[in-house]
Design a protein around this ligand. Structure first.
Ligand SMILES: Nc1ncnc2c1ncn2[C@@H]1O[C@H](COP(=O)(O)OP(=O)(O)OP(=O)(O)O)[C@@H](O)[C@H]1O
Ligand SMILES: [Mg+2]
Length: 285
């Protein structure tokens, strides 16, 4: 069974006004248990609008979102539970920190779920560990720590709800390269340990290549392509046409092929290094 299915989903902003804008145009998408799905697309293509429908933050104007076989809006009272099961982390989530201490901020979600204090405590500590936050941060104000740490606190608050699906809107936006790699590594490890299904939006083709099992490409409110990284990055010209890129290493290999080589498609530095090693050690290309 699919974990989450989006069927014929459309969404119009400012409906019935001169500013009416069709932000989602008949989206169909299935998300499988345990997979890591990346959503890419240029600015304004509808990515954030789409993912805010996944946990019922936005209500489908037409079409449906089906979680484990049931429409998330079938029973309005259940939407709160859906939001616990499908944890959504906004872009720049650190702006939503509001409690006096890191502990209280991370505990907010699990407390809201009605869990007892011992369970809340267990979850807060585990989430902090997953996000690499030292225990001594517990009593600090979330406003006194660095930007990267704030981001981790915000994410820990979602992990503490132990969602079935983790949805992340540009989780590494605005971070420097080393903080970005660190955060992605923590998310990857969390995913490995928990088996959680992960959906993330990113503008970085390198991050997508590293993390995703499958990629969905949006353009002008529609899904225009989907497939494995191999399948999607093989369509470099089409991606360029809609204002997107392929990982730099993939471009280099494609350029080499235009110069007469017959290199395999690669999209990570590691795969490229293995390929070049093979060539240098005498494999025919
Ligand atoms: N509240 C709103 N009212 C009217 N139009 C909106 C609103 N929010 C978003 N839009 C428009 O809907 C379209 C899709 O926006 P959305 O935020 O989903 O794009 P996105 O793919 O997430 O872009 P980005 O990469 O910049 O985050 C954009 O053209 C945007 O201007
Ligand atoms: Mg967005």
């Amino acid at each position: 069974m699919e974990k989450l299915e989006i069927k014929n989903l459309s969404y119009v902003y400012s409906k019935g006004t001169p500013f009416e804008y069709l932000a989602l145009d008949d989206i169909n998408l299935s998300i499988k248990q345990g997979e890591t799905l990346a959503i890419i697309g240029h600015t304004g293509s509808g990515k954030s609008t789409l993912i805010q429908h996944l946990n019922g933050l936005f209500k489908a104007q037409s079409g449906s979102v089906i979680f484990e076989g049931r429409d998330i809006w079938e029973n309005k009272k259940d939407i709160k539970n859906v939001r616990f099961k499908i944890g959504l982390c906004f872009q720049y989530p650190e702006y939503q920190l509001f409690e006096e201490t890191v502990y209280k901020d991370i505990a907010f979600g699990p407390k809201n779920m009605g869990l007892d204090a011992a369970e809340v405590d267990r979850r807060v500590k585990r989430a902090m560990e997953y996000m690499g936050l030292p225990e001594r941060y517990i009593n600090r104000s979330p406003f006194d720590i660095s930007g990267g740490q704030k981001r981790k606190v915000a994410l820990a608050g979602i992990l503490a709800m132990e969602p079935d699906i983790l949805v992340l809107d540009e989780p590494t936006a605005g971070l420097d390269p080393s903080a970005r790699n660190n955060l992605f590594e923590l998310i990857r490890k969390y995913k490995e340990a928990s088996g959680t299904t992960v959906v993330f939006v990113s503008h970085s083709m390198e991050d997508v290549a590293k993390m995703a099992d499958r990629i969905v490409v949006m353009s002008q409110s529609k899904i225009v392509m989907q497939g494995t990284p191999d399948e999607v990055f093989a369509q470099a010209p089409k991606l360029l046409e809609i204002g997107l890129n392929v990982p730099a290493i993939t471009s280099i290999f494609l350029q080499m092929n235009r110069n007469g080589y017959r290199l395999p498609p690669v999209y990570t530095v590691e795969a490229a290094a293995a390929c070049i090693k093979g060539m240098l050690e005498g494999d025919a290309v």
